[in-house]
Design a protein around this ligand. Structure first.
Ligand code: UDP
Ligand code: MG
Length: 308
């Protein structure tokens, strides 16, 4: 009996890309000695994506779909896939052809060699927008400094996971899922391989700058509580600095020099006001996470699927 592998593809407004990626996958997978299924998770697309997927499922018996009741986000779409897949291993990838299907044989080879997780590292090349490259680099730097996990720059949600990994991952109940961090954190035997990303086939990236920033903040606050300690260090620092001011004040009083200082007062007040609000904001963010988590809402709602 041939082993079955599952390909998992989250889709949000990817019309025009779906047939192309399916054909590319068939081309790569057909010659390999595996059974395979392709699962599209339609994350509340507003274009023709779902119809394109459904049409494929009618023509080909190894294509499946899960369709959400609205847009729940990329990471939740991956979670839905984890909950439903049946393969001996799962390969998750984007639906826009940026993750080259031709890399799949190599992922499978590493899996056959005994690795439980084969993740991929995007080699950033010049064609990528400079802003995206820099912000992405910055994110991985901050993430690695603040958290206990070490993420290589450019690890995206293109990876192979053994079913033993999936069976653990799908039980994660945390609200803000950040898979690339969670998977790294899980351990098992992991290996990373590099690849050259391709251009997005059709459509626009769903990660606008604002969304990327939110995603980065979610990632960092999911993996580290270090920002909560910032207030302590800053508090100490400024308390110490203020001590340096004491001799000057004493001197001025003693020798009868008037201390003028409307400007310096205002600057100090505004500075510390800002600092305090910033720290409050950080605390608020963690509190908000706790609040959302306490509701225990489902990660996604399935409206329709052809999976059993
Ligand atoms: N995606 C999704 N839900 C979302 C946003 C994106 O399922 O809310 C999917 C999208 O269709 C694609 C993958 O996640 O298959 C990665 O998105 P995108 O290519 O826009 O991100 P980028 O490659 O630009 O970082
Ligand atoms: Mg993409």
């Amino acid at each position: 009996m041939q082993k079955k592998i599952s390909i998992l593809i989250p889709i949000y407004n990817e019309e025009g890309n779906i047939v192309t990626i399916t054909n590319a996958l068939h081309k790569v997978l057909m010659p390999l000695p595996y059974n395979y299924e392709i699962i599209f998770v339609d994350d509340g697309s507003e274009d023709n994506s779902l119809n394109e997927i459904k049409e494929l499922t009618q023509q080909q018996s190894n294509i499946f779909f899960i369709s959400f009741s609205k847009n729940f986000g990329h990471q939740n779409a991956i979670k839905a896939g984890f909950d439903m897949v049946t393969g001996e291993c799962v390969i998750s990838m984007d639906g826009d052809m940026q993750h080259p299907p031709t890399l799949i044989p190599l992922l499978l080879k590493k899996w056959e060699e005994g690795y439980d997780i084969v993740y991929t590292i995007r080699k950033d090349h010049m064609e990528m927008p400079i802003l995206k490259r820099r912000t992405s680099e910055m994110f991985y730097n901050v993430m690695n400094k603040l958290s206990d996990i070490e993420l290589e720059s450019g690890t995206a949600d293109f990876r192979l996971m053994d079913k033993s990994v999936i069976s653990v991952a799908k039980n994660f109940q945390e609200d803000d899922l950040f898979w690339r961090g969670l998977i790294k954190w899980m351990g098992f035997s992991q290996i990373g391989i590099e690849y050259e990303p391709a251009q997005r086939l059709k459509g626009k990236s769903k990660y606008t700058f604002k969304k990327m920033l939110q995603f980065a903040l979610r990632g960092i606050t999911s993996f580290s509580i270090k920002p909560l300690g910032i207030a302590i260090y800053l508090g100490f620092l400024f308390a110490l600095l203020s001590l340096l001011y004491v001799p000057y004040v004493l001197y001025s009083v003693y020798f009868g020099h008037p201390i003028s200082g409307w400007a310096s007062l205002i600057v100090t007040i505004v500075f510390f006001g800002g600092l305090q609000l910033m720290i409050l904001g950080i605390i608020g963010m963690y509190l908000g996470k706790l609040f959302m988590q306490s509701k225990q809402r489902p990660h996604y709602i399935i409206k329709e699927t052809n999976l059993k």
